[in-house]
Ligand binder design. Sequence first.
Ligand SMILES: NC(=O)c1ccc[n+]([C@@H]2O[C@H](COP(=O)([O-])OP(=O)(O)OC[C@H]3O[C@@H](n4cnc5c(N)ncnc54)[C@H](OP(=O)(O)O)[C@@H]3O)[C@@H](O)[C@H]2O)c1
Length: 210
Amino acid sequence: MKVTVIGAGNMGSAFVKQLVRAGHQVSVTARDSAKAAQVAAANPGAKAVATVGAAAGADAVVLATGYADALSALRSVGDLQGKVVIDITNPLTADYMGLTLGHSTSAAEEIAKALPGAEVVKGFNTVFASVLAEGAELGKGQKVTVFVASDGARAKQTATELARSIGFDVVDAGGLKNARYLEPLAGLNIYLGYGAGLGTSIAPTWIRKA
Ligand SMILES: NC(=O)c1ccc[n+]([C@@H]2O[C@H](COP(=O)([O-])OP(=O)(O)OC[C@H]3O[C@@H](n4cnc5c(N)ncnc54)[C@H](OP(=O)(O)O)[C@@H]3O)[C@@H](O)[C@H]2O)c1
């Protein structure tokens, strides 16, 4: 698949690493082009691309910026009409211990509202960057879950295929509205990792009796 990753930070670089390994054609763009170039250089096969037009030809665009930068970043990469946008953001407060919105909306729904032509899917927001970078198995063969929520079948299918291609289990979490559950779930994960001191080699997963 052709994937454009916006953002070359913790999550962006981990996506580039895993997606290249899985054989996808990966472009990365960042506000600071040197950072994108650095991530591409560390992951042979990935391409650092200019922001303008970065979405052209992509089957999926991974939004790996902070939520506050989401719309400006998405608008900067070109026409997103009909594009699958994977929103991994969490609308965190400055101390990372709360959310700036929720209950009656979510970051994903706000992004979808602002970009009506794009097919937005929430996903990967409950996966710590270190887990993404290190791989989808956490001990004893237990695969980490990626929850996907979207109103678009193609967007959900695309995010599902990408997540499975890099080794994750996928749980269909329903419509985009359910990002209202997934963003607080990430908040709990962040609390457990940082606030409660469990560290970042943890992840919420969903199991059922075999
Ligand atoms: N870290 C995690 O474990 C984790 C887990 C799940 C979800 N998330 C979510 O994933 C997102 C990224 O987190 P992160 O930890 O990777 O953050 P990060 O390390 O701060 O990286 C964010 C990147 O986005 C870039 N950026 C900002 N505005 C941009 C724009 N307009 N165009 C292109 N690039 C832009 C930043 O560039 P500059 O360097 O120039 O600022 C930075 O490289 C956040 O929304 C976060 O809530 C994070």
